[in-house]
Write a protein that binds this ligand. Structure first.
Ligand code: FAD
Length: 464
């Protein structure tokens, strides 16, 4: 095979995003993937995790049935084997859909582990392939330190969790970032006795103290959580003991969710002749995904920038476009948005609170314990906090732990993206009774702290 225009390494969300753009512009490309085809998101990430959470959330609702006047909930049981089988069934359907994107590529889709030989050459299966440019989209894998890896069959990661046909009665979840927290709560709701350990003080990547405190207080009703110390495993009988500071728990197995490491080991990035940081990564321009002026683009989790599905997809599209363009185009990146599918939902939008100059912003907040719709739904827990510029009321960031929070977070993302002010948002209708009225409460509180905000009319549009 002669030189092609582009080689894409990795057929995950980012690699397939790049493929979509490349295919529109040239047919002279190759995509190489190591391991199973079908994205990580579909196989062991977003989709199976949400399928597990769905079963857990539905089962958990039984606890409010009698309050709603519905009897018989004590007869409900979890069949964990059936829950996990359904997770895999859903997962398989999503995997098949992503595979359709590469199924017709014939020789242009190569299975194997690729290694860069330089900015125009990739080695795979003993062959060296040449290309005008290369998109590297090799993703990430669970970070598992050596002392945890030594647990072998008592160790679970999200790569193995959804393959289980049964789960132990006692499980430690080590790492309560977004993934660990989602799985810890879901498994606890499905009847596993979960103990969570987290080395930091804020969970799920939160930056704001009060939202973090509220989330912890609420989640501690469902699972035991230990913060602030690194956890260590030691063998104990057929199980193991996990110790962190003065806290410890004896469990049957452990789910290690200590974050993810970019898959760049053995990838040959050192052959690009550019400096690599301590993670083995070159500097990447987020607006172009280009590596140091080379015809090489590093996209998705592999660049360790924002390890989220929609950002990986964007990365892939940007890298794909630039890989086949005569000149490199710069792209404006989206408003930051991250959602953790806990219950209530945790989300962060826009700028991080801990990165803001507190003297230049006002904060409006709403508590969901008393919020009308949340009370009706018996989902009345949570806190939403939003931040706006003190000078002109432009919304800049929000953190929330709220019922229906994924929708509130999108609302706020639209507002922040459009540079809306608190007053702009207060002009839109808020239907009654909705959870969105909680957002309005926070907006009103912020407005009161802004110049001329105290008398802002709430029930009608101000006249022009
Ligand atoms: C449990 C879990 C839940 C998640 N939930 C969410 C969520 O709800 N929302 C969200 O936005 N994000 C979520 N994420 C994150 C999201 O899944 C990732 O950000 C996204 O899938 C990354 O896509 P990618 O293309 O970078 O990597 P991948 O999809 O992992 O693709 C990389 C591909 O490259 C291949 N590869 C690696 N090395 C080589 C090599 N040397 N040669 C050839 N091929 C190679 C890999 O085998 C893989 O097929 C979750 C992640 C996890 C683990």
């Amino acid at each position: 095979m002669g030189a092609v225009d582009v080689i894409i390494v990795g057929a995950g969300t980012a690699g397939l995003g790049a493929l979509r753009e490349v295919r529109k512009r040239t047919q002279r490309f190759i995509i190489i993937n190591d391991g199973p085809w079908g994205t990580m998101c579909a196989r062991v990430g977003c989709m199976p995790s949400k399928a597990l959470i769905e079963a857990a959330g539905e089962f958990h609702r039984r606890l409010v049935f009698s309050e709603l006047g519905l009897s018989g909930s004590d007869g409900l049981r979890v069949d964990l084997g059936a829950v996990l089988a359904r997770v895999r069934k859903v997962r398989d359907a999503f995997v098949n859909e992503t595979r359709e994107l590469t199924d017709d590529l014939g020789e242009r889709a190569i299975s194997g582990r690729a290694r860069l030989r330089g900015p125009h050459a990739v080695e795979v299966g003993g062959r060296v392939l040449e290309a005008g440019s290369i998109v590297v989209a090799t993703g990430s894998r669970p970070a598992v330190p050596a002392d945890w890896r030594a647990l072998s069959d008592r160790l679970l990661t999200t790569d193995s969790l959804f393959e289980q046909t049964a789960l132990p009665s006692r499980l430690a979840v080590v790492g309560l970032g977004p993934v660990g927290l989602e799985m810890a709560q879901a498994l606890a709701r499905l009847g596993v006795q979960v103990t969570g350990f987290h080395a930091g003080r804020t969970i799920a990547g939160l930056g704001d103290g009060p939202v973090n405190d509220m989330a912890l207080e609420t989640l501690r009703h469902e699972l035991e959580v230990h913060l602030g110390h690194e956890a260590r495993p030691t063998a104990e009988g057929a199980g193991l003991r996990v110790t962190a500071g003065s806290a410890s728990a004896v469990v049957d197995r452990v789910l290690v969710a200590m974050g993810r490491t970019p898959c760049v080991e053995g990838l040959g990035l050192e052959n690009l002749g550019v400096p690599l940081d301590e993670k083995g990564l070159p500097e990447v321009d987020r607006a172009t995904l280009q590596v140091a002026g080379l015809p090489v683009f590093l996209a998705g989790d592999a660049n360790a920038e924002v390890p989220l599905q929609h950002e990986a997809a964007d990365d892939g599209h940007i890298a794909g476009i630039n890989a086949v363009s005569a000149s490199t185009r710069r792209f404006v990146r989206r408003t930051p948005l991250s959602i953790v599918f806990s219950d209530p939902t945790l989300a962060r939008v826009g700028l991080r609170f801990d990165a803001l100059d507190q003297a230049r912003v006002v904060v409006g907040e709403a508590r969901f314990a008393d919020q009308g719709r949340a009370r009706i739904m018996l989902r009345n827990a949570g806190l939403l906090r939003l931040c706006a510029n003190r000078e002109d009321g432009t919304l800049v960031g929000a953190e929330l732990f709220a019922p229906e929070g994924e929708h509130l977070a999108h609302w706020l993302a639209v507002a922040i993206h459009r540079r809306s002010t608190v007053f702009d948002l207060l002009r839109v209708p808020f239907y009654h009774p909705t959870v969105e009225e909680g957002l309005r409460t926070a907006l009103v509180e912020a407005a009161k702290q802004l110049p001329n905000g105290d008398g802002f009319p709430l029930l009608a549009m101000p006249s022009e």
